[in-house]
Design a protein around this ligand. Structure first.
Ligand SMILES: [Zn+2]
Length: 545
């Protein structure tokens, strides 16, 4: 008894079931109702927005014996044959793997024959931008004089890579990213239909995380359901499985801090503690949140680096206006330092509380020169596009022990000796945001919640990917399709992306944060690492007075 993936099971089967593409659906239905069907369509838009689903509905509609208001009945022999994949009238081609001239010539030969039953032969060519130039030329010949019984539906995520000659022969439809509200509504229906108990907040969170793609939303929902099979899907559980940054929470925290409301921010922190949040992760996630704000303040060009949904971007923009640049730098400094200390602290919560009070009370900070210097360094770093990562974390080492080698007059002491990270790893860290952006789903989702680290004891060139739990570890070890182990090698894909983004080959080991032995001795690459090697600027240590 296999568990069927939701996004397969709930592909829309009629136009009524399609969500978020009303402009396209109504045009197509009008054509179907009036019998003015085109012979070549181009569907373009982000992945997971319904291009192939609509193509398939259209393919059934034109062949259906009893179409209702443009939608296929899905009951007649023609519909059934297409649904079961036995019909010869609907031909799906994946241009990513069939991109040569011969593949298209084959189509041209077939096109000469009328369908043996039904009215139309429908060719759905997915990822059509992958066709070779020769193949495009061959396709163009067919598109120039298509037989009346043939319909081509070309689908692509990259319309800019389609030759103009092809574009000009097609009716073009741009698929929109689907709003979080629309996705959440669909998730509610599906959860009800599947008899899965789910908190509304949990579904909304998944909808936001999917960032405009219905397919991603369903596959995230799948992950959550599979992990808590038969149990209620709560917000906490979703956070636990998806583990991505909880922006609502951080947004509230930032607003309290900006308003100087120490009591309010401590209360928010206590909520997180009650929810069982691990404080180290909390600090590092909040630091990332602040980093996003800082990038947004620095330049609006950086919006696409942030990898946040449109809804969240609106809120971030508002917050970027609320907090001054200097204040934000200060927040980041305090939290970066905190993330370095917290892993050795017995009273983690108290440390975080102290830091929050410090954020709310700038007058507590006495070391103004150090602060101004630090701000200058950060500004420089941002203007050169260096990523700001949580500062100074030194796992598995005694923070009180001084490092004699770094103890020269120009620098204040940094904690315990550790090997410098190899150049390649630093390059990878600098491009980490981009690397995540280049990964497809679901790999991207897993990368977002993993931490790139290195072995500070040996300084080995191996990249350690610290994932949060065993579920994530399994993803990297077994591949994304658990039915078919090793079907897609996630690490090979990641290595390839790193090669493209950072220009280096790297060996990657995946370790779970829960495995204390495995993560001992691993260090983060921090902004300080990057700065210390490039500019001899002291990075002062945070002292609790
Ligand atoms: Zn039918």
């Amino acid at each position: 008894m296999g568990y069927q993936a939701l996004y397969r099971k709930f592909r829309p089967r009629t136009f009524e079931e399609v969500r978020g593409q009303d402009h396209i659906v109504s045009t197509l239905r009008n054509q179907l109702r009036t019998g003015r069907i085109g012979h070549a369509y181009l569907f373009s838009g982000t992945r997971g927005t319904g291009k192939t689903s609509i193509a398939k509905i259209l393919a059934r509609s034109v062949n259906c014996e009893n179409p209702a208001d443009g939608s296929p009945c899905n009951e007649c022999p023609a519909c059934r044959a297409i649904l079961s994949g036995t019909s010869t009238n609907v031909i799906e081609i994946d241009a990513a793997s069939n991109n040569g001239v011969d593949n298209i010539r084959e189509i041209r030969e077939e096109v000469a024959y009328r369908p043996t039953e039904g009215r139309y032969k429908v060719y759905i060519i997915d990822e059509v931008h992958m066709l070779s130039t020769g193949a495009f030329n061959a396709l163009l010949k067919t598109l120039e004089e298509p037989p009346e019984y043939v319909i081509f539906i070309l689908a692509t995520t990259e319309a800019n890579r389609i030759p103009v000659t092809i574009l000009s022969r097609c009716q073009r439809y741009n698929f929109h990213r689907i709003t979080a509200d629309t996705i959440a509504e669909r998730l509610r229906e599906l959860a009800a239909g599947e008899e899965v108990q789910a908190e509304d907040r949990a579904l909304q969170y998944i909808a936001r995380a999917a960032d405009g793609s219905m397919r991603d939303a369903l596959s995230l929902l799948d992950q959550c359901i599979a992990f808590y099979l038969g149990e209620e899907l709560t917000y906490d559980r979703v956070l636990d499985v998806l583990g991505t940054v909880d922006t609502d929470r951080f947004s509230g925290l930032l607003r309290s801090v900006a308003a100087g409301d120490a009591a309010g921010s401590i209360r928010l922190l206590q909520d997180c503690v009650r929810e069982g949040r691990e404080m180290g992760q909390f600090v590092s996630d909040f630091t990332w949140y602040l980093r996003n704000l800082m990038l947004l303040q620095s330049s609006s060009d950086l919006e696409d680096v942030l990898d946040v949904s449109t809804d969240n971007l609106v809120r971030l923009r508002e917050e970027a206006q609320m907090v001054s640049r200097d204040a934000l730098m200060r927040y980041i400094r305090i939290f970066s330092e905190l993330s370095g200390q917290i892993r050795f602290a017995a009273q983690k919560q108290i440390l975080v509380e102290t830091a929050l009070i410090r954020l709310c009370r700038p007058q507590m900070d006495t070391d103004l020169t150090g602060l101004l210097e630090r701000v200058r360094v950060l500004e420089e770093a941002v203007s050169r596009g260096l990523p700001v990562r949580s500062g100074q974390p030194q796992a598995g080492q005694d923070p009180l022990q001084k490092d004699p080698q770094r103890d020269d007059p120009g620098k204040t002491e940094s904690p315990a000796a550790r090997a410098a990270a190899p150049e390649d790893l630093r390059k990878i860290m600098q491009e980490w945001g981009k690397i995540i952006g280049m990964a497809g789903m679901p790999l991207r989702e897993y990368l977002k919640r993993a931490r790139p680290r290195y072995d500070a004891q040996t300084g080995s060139p191996r990249l350690y990917l610290e994932v949060r739990n065993d579920v994530d570890l399994d993803f990297f070890r077994k591949g994304r399709d658990s039915q078919n182990p090793g079907s897609i090698d996630e690490l090979a894909e990641l290595r390839e992306i790193i090669r493209k983004a950072a220009g280096c080959e790297t060996d990657i080991a995946v370790v779970s944060a829960a495995d204390r032995e495995a993560v001992r001795g691993l260090s983060d690459l921090s902004l300080d690492d990057l700065l210390q090697d490039r500019i001899a600027i002291p990075v002062e240590e945070y002292r609790e007075d």
